[in-house]
Design a protein around this ligand. Structure first.
Ligand SMILES: Nc1nc2c(ncn2[C@@H]2O[C@H](COP(=O)(O)OP(=O)(O)OP(=O)(O)O)[C@@H](O)[C@H]2O)c(=O)[nH]1
Ligand SMILES: [Mg+2]
Length: 296
């Protein structure tokens, strides 16, 4: 059985970084993991490891822009159209990976997830090849600093989820920027959040979005915005209603500085993919320095 995890989310959410940590984690558990780069605009040094499959071997944004005279966004759309017309290329590339875990690093253009049919078509193609597929959507913790920004992030996650139609996990990335994790030694709430960022008790209302955050947005600088536009208030009420009616969105926190946190996220992905139902569990092993030498 082959598995593929699409790592999606807005620009700079930490997708490529997560892909690398995820792959490393799987490799240390003796699971065959490979990164697939689906970003035709990725620069050479974007990855710590060479991707096993790379869309840039088929088409790069740079070439499309210079040869077709396209801008970056139209160029990206062209790249994905080109990929879909050349599925035999991808199928051939994928041919060598049996019983493997493919981690698909996607570009950060949000419209690719919410508006375009490319990713759903690609997912259907992988499923046709017998690859079990799920997606994670990363939103970075900075989105929790402004409740309006946060809810726009929630809505984009919902929209992407509805568009892609695969098993789905939302992840709140860069939690190391928020406050100490409960498992860390300095988790005493009285010491306050690190870097002066939002306290952990508040964070729970974002991870499992509390629509009241938006409905009660009447304090601090939010008050200013409310006064500015009463219609905005009406819109908020409608969004609150939408989120209450469709409680599909909650976030798993991801703090890459904590192995426990990464493990929790990986176990949720395994569960979503029903990973290993047909496989024997493998013995954990001790690490030594040579272990990463043969990674792709
Ligand atoms: N503090 C912190 N920074 C992170 C983390 N993950 C990524 N970053 C930083 O965030 C920036 C963007 O990370 P990337 O992994 O390139 O994000 P991306 O989603 O792949 O970005 P695009 O492909 O451009 O959309 C980089 O400067 C990373 O170093 C994290 O867990 N914690
Ligand atoms: Mg990236």
């Amino acid at each position: 059985m082959r598995y593929a995890v699409f790592v999606t989310g807005p620009a700079g959410a930490g997708k490529s970084t997560f892909c690398t940590s995820f792959a490393t984690h799987l490799q240390t558990s003796r699971r065959a993991a490979h990164i697939v780069n689906l970003d035709p605009a990725a620069t050479g040094d974007a990855f710590e490891y060479e991707p096993a499959i790379d869309i840039r071997e088929l088409v790069t944004l740079e070439d499309v822009m210079s040869e077709m005279g396209m801008g970056p966004n139209g160029g990206l759309v062209y790249c994905f159209e080109y990929l879909l017309q050349n599925m035999d290329w991808l199928e051939e590339e994928l041919g060598g990976y049996d019983n493997d875990y493919l981690i698909v690093d996607c570009p950060g253009q949000i419209e690719l997830y919410t508006h375009h049919p490319f990713l759903p078509s690609l997912v259907r193609n992988l499923q046709r090849m017998g690859i079990r597929t799920c997606a994670v959507y990363l939103l970075e913790s900075q989105f929790m600093e402004d409740r309006y920004k946060f809810f726009s992030g929630v809505l984009s996650a919902m929209s992407a989820m509805v568009n892609l139609e695969v098993p789905w996990i939302n992840i709140m990335s860069k939690m190391d920027l928020v406050s100490p994790t409960p498992s860390s030694s300095s988790s005493d709430p009285s010491t306050g959040p690190r870097n002066g960022k939002r306290a952990r008790r508040d964070v729970a209302r974002y991870l499992d979005p509390d629509p009241l955050l938006l409905a009660n947005a009447r304090d601090g600088h939010d008050k200013f915005r409310e006064r500015e536009n009463e219609r905005f208030h009406e819109l908020n009420r409608a969004i609150v209603q939408l989120i209450e009616d469709h409680p599909l969105v909650s976030f798993l926190p991801l703090d890459l500085s904590s192995t426990d946190s990464l493990e929790v996220v990986v176990s949720h992905i395994d569960l979503t993919l029903q990973y290993g139902e047909d496989e024997e569990p493998k013995e954990p092993h001790d690490l030594d320095e040579g272990d990463f030498a043969d990674m792709e």
